[in-house]
Design a protein around this ligand. Structure first.
Ligand code: EPZ
Length: 423
């Protein structure tokens, strides 16, 4: 397994281009199942998760052609559809569960393997299935698969109150409702930019959707959707991650394609910590205001709150801040696995359940560390960039799921970083 070697210490200067969003592309791709006409995505990120989704859609009968070095995905589902999403693919990537709504809407039935838990939490699908049941689906779990059947072969509109603003459930229900009979209203819907991006694409395909980006989304079902071309929104999590690089190492970096309104509460926390974020005509410019980072308290919340997908990276920054920070993880029950690895680098962190208390130290020290999940892996690279000596991050296959060309992007602004093939 590959690892990444980082020699810390230097300030970073220059520009980093930000790719299209993994978490938008992973919900936009299943939308091809909603129409027999072509759907083309541009600005697609080149990631192993996108390859897994391509494999899944192909197993369901879709044609997915990757063009322009993977930045364009030309998709079409005009032939027969296989409505069974196999465990062997689904277990590799939870987002595979986003084919459930589209398959049910198009074919009236679906058999989707339950993804099971992952490193950061149990991640059940009850909000998805309760919503689809309200729309007239009969769903039961057999042999690890959700067997779903729409009453009379067609879903019907319903008023659905979510107990929690789940991103995945909002996406699944929104897609399912586009072809349902009547009107669906989702109350307490997720408001993430990826939801707005999906709604924008579905509207381009002829769907009738209002309220995306607010807690109440209304979808008027239509008989048929047509083809479209859609540009994937910028990846706000990749953006936030690279904004922390000059913050943790010093220097000034411009993030090409970055926008402040994609980041919600994240920018307010950077400002409070002593980091300047400035909009430019190409994106965002980031640098420390002066001297050392200040401690800040952070609580993860659904958008526009502080994103849980930037919690690990923010912890890496706060390890060298002046003072003590309290981080509360409110979205996932087990998302502090990067803390013991950062402590191997000399960080002072006390984890109690969903709360981590980080007391800043002068300097981190390089060490061999282990990536446990996608965002934890990049937080260790950020910490290595600021540490004395060498840090070797093992199991970087986690990283490949959500970050394209990390070594090229960071060495492009002066980082001393390289990828080491197979141990
Ligand atoms: C999406 O996951 C993202 N993944 C996650 O990013 C992100 O962390 C998460 O939203 C929150 O922002 C993709 O978009 C592919 P949720 P999702 O449904 O849809 C509980 C990354 O690093 N819940 O909003 O699975 C659930 O267990 C990944 O890129 C239920 O209890 O998130 C979790 O605790 C990691 N029942 C919380 O809600 C349900 O039916 C948030 O889940 C659904 C969710």
């Amino acid at each position: 397994m590959d690892s990444i070697l980082v020699k810390g210490g230097g300030a970073l200067n220059g520009q980093i281009p930000i790719a299209g969003a993994k978490n938008a592309c992973l919900t936009l791709m299943p939308a091809t199942l909603l129409s027999d006409e072509p759907l083309t995505l541009t600005n697609a990120p080149r990631l192993s998760d996108i390859k897994t989704m391509t494999q899944l859609l192909a197993s369901l009968g879709a044609e997915v052609t990757s063009l322009q070095d993977g930045k364009v995905l030309a998709m079409s589902t005009h032939g027969d559809i296989n409505t069974r999403a196999e465990y062997d693919i689904v277990r590799k990537m939870r987002a595979s569960n986003l084919v459930l709504g589209p398959l049910l809407a198009r074919e009236g039935h679906a058999e989707v393997s339950l993804p099971g838990g992952c490193a950061i939490g149990a991640r059940p699908m009850d909000i998805h299935t309760d919503g689809l049941t309200k729309m007239g689906a009969e769903i039961d779990l057999r042999d690890g698969y959700l067997h779903a059947k729409a009453d009379g072969g067609k879903l019907k509109g319903a008023v659905i109150d979510f107990p929690f603003a789940s991103v995945g459930a909002t996406e699944n229900i929104m897609m399912a409702a586009t072809l349902a009979k009547g009107t669906t209203v989702i109350n307490n819907a997720a408001r993430e930019p990826e939801i707005v991006d999906l709604a924008t694409c579905l509207r381009a395909m002829g769907a009738q959707i209002d309220g995306d980006g607010t807690p109440t989304i209304t979808i008027q079902g239509v008989d048929k959707l047509h083809g479209a071309t859609h540009r994937v929104v910028t990846d706000r999590i990749e953006l936030g991650t690279y904004m922390l690089a000059p913050a943790i190492c010093g220097g000034e970096v411009e993030l090409l394609g970055g926008k402040i309104d994609l980041l919600g509460a994240f920018c307010e926390k950077l400002d409070a910590a002593g980091i300047n974020v400035e909009e430019t005509d190409k994106g965002l410019k980031v640098a420390r205001k002066n001297g050392r980072i200040r401690a800040v308290d952070v609580t993860t919340e659904p958008f526009p709150g502080f994103p849980t997908d930037l919690q690990a990276q923010m912890m890496a920054l706060l390890c060298t801040a002046e003072g003590t920070s309290v981080l509360e993880e409110k979205i996932f029950e087990n998302r502090f696995m990067h803390a013991p690895e950062l402590m191997r680098m000399g960080a002072d962190i006390d984890v109690q359940g969903g709360t981590a208390t980080v007391t800043g130290v002068e300097k981190l020290k390089g060490a061999p560390v282990m990536a446990t999940d996608l965002r934890a892996s990049v937080s260790l690279i950020l910490a290595g960039l600021a540490a004395e000596g060498e840090t070797r991050v093992a199991r970087v296959y986690h990283l490949d799921r959500g970050y394209e060309h990390v070594v090229r992007k960071l060495s492009g602004v002066g980082a001393n970083i390289e990828r080491i093939a197979g141990d």
